[in-house]
Design a protein around this ligand. Structure first.
Ligand code: KIV
Ligand code: ZN
Length: 390
């Protein structure tokens, strides 16, 4: 395995599905899991088996059909959760148990009414118990983002001794700044015995809009797994968006970090998740939003028509979007009008363009957008001849 490969751990079906209103049934989860496997994710977190009989069944069925990816089930740090997850994963070709516990003072004192030493022991016991069932055990230190680095390093060292293969460092509340999160990963890399034998994982929430930046800072500082969701869905403001981190690494080759994702499937996977979850994708969403490759102001349109790269830093085809779009609005210039008119069959001469442009602006001022039908009507009422002959 290349040292520069960043593993993509998809948690759309677990953290993503925690979003109110996004609940999926087993059949819907299977369809999404199959797509994620084809997309090339390394790990599919299929659910939290102890949480409900439905989630248990989904993890069982997903385990049966996934061909390539590791299938993972979430647990808390207790025997019952671990036993049930192990049972749900029993059909998986490559099973992983993801167990863990809160490590910040806030979790230790208020959630568990416990002490740092007792939490260390529980973390160790949970990993050791999970290892009885599967070889691959990932440990999460919940709220690691707000956990003191020295104590976090002790927790990591303990769970490595217990046999953990992956250490997840979640910024559960989305509080960290990218520099701070990156430094946390670097600190662990430099101060935890045995750290080079495990994979460090970034799990970042988006409460301050920094989930993607934090995950990238994590891998730049030595982490080699990113936990993320399609369209960035997840608790509260969501998780790191899979499509964003994958394209950031692809578009910045000098970072020398790559993933196994087939990027041409990003848009269709985003649409599938949108449809199954009934959760709209904001139009200005990076990579997969409807406006991600749409140009509407005259200055930008002119630039893109002359050379796409003037205003686009990636090729839409690389993410599965057929082409960039030139949207006609009252902010569009002559170049855009000529371009779109040509697309629908009118090769305008300079004289025709000069005469129709003011009429186009009048129409566009009264409408949000000028679509192909409106464009035809505009041409015909102004007696411009189509060069498409039927
Ligand atoms: O955000 C978080 O800390 C989590 C853990 C359960 C991994 O989702
Ligand atoms: Zn989370």
């Amino acid at each position: 395995m290349s040292k520069n490969k960043v593993h993509i751990f998809d948690t759309t079906l677990r953290d993503g599905e925690q979003v109110p209103g996004c609940k999926l049934n087993t059949e819907q989860k299977i369809v999404i899991a199959q797509h994620l496997d084809t997309l090339g994710v390394d790990v599919i977190e299929a659910g939290f088996p102890v949480s409900s009989p439905g989630d248990f069944k989904s993890v069982v069925e997903i385990s049966k059909i996934v061909k390539n990816a590791i299938v993972c089930g979430l647990t808390r740090a207790n025997k019952k959760d671990i036993e049930i997850a192990a049972e749900a994963l029993s059909f998986a070709k490559r099973p992983r148990i993801h167990t863990g516990i809160g490590t910040s003072d806030s979790h230790i004192i208020h959630k568990f009414n416990s002490t740092q030493e007792q939490i260390l022991e529980r973390a160790f016991q949970a990993v050791q118990y999970a290892k009885k069932y599967v070889e691959d055990v990932e440990f999460y230190a919940e709220d690691a983002g707000r956990t003191d680095n020295e104590y976090l390093a002790r927790v990591c060292e303990q769970v490595i001794k217990a046999g953990a293969t992956v250490l997840n460092i979640p910024d559960t509340t989305g509080y960290c700044l990218p520099e701070e999160y990156g430094q946390k990963i670097k600190y662990l890399k430099e101060n935890v015995k045995g750290i080079d034998n495990v994979i460090l994982s970034c799990h970042c929430h988006n409460d301050l809009g920094l989930a993607t930046a934090n995950a990238i800072s994590g891998v730049v500082n030595g982490a080699r797994q990113i936990e993320c969701t399609i369209n960035g869905i997840g608790e509260r403001a969501g998780n790191t968006a899979l499509e964003e981190v994958v394209m950031i690494l692809k578009q910045h080759p000098y970072l020398n970090l790559d993933t196994s994702i087939n990027t041409k499937l990003l848009y269709s996977t985003s649409q599938l998740v949108r449809e199954k979850m009934g959760m709209i994708v904001q139009p200005n969403k990076a990579i997969v939003g409807e406006n991600a490759f749409a140009h509407s102001s005259g200055i930008h349109q002119d630039g893109v028509i002359k050379n796409r790269e003037t205003y686009e830093i990636m090729n839409p085809e690389d993410v599965g979007v057929n082409e960039s779009s030139i949207v006609l609005t009252a902010r569009s210039g002559r170049a855009a009008l000529a371009y779109r008119a040509k697309n629908v069959g009118y090769n305008l001469t300079k004289i025709e363009l000069d005469s129709i442009y003011p009429k186009f602006l009048q129409f566009a001022d009264q409408n949000k957008e000028v679509n192909d039908t409106a464009l035809h009507i505009l041409m015909e009422t102004n007696r411009i001849q189509s060069n498409i002959h039927i």
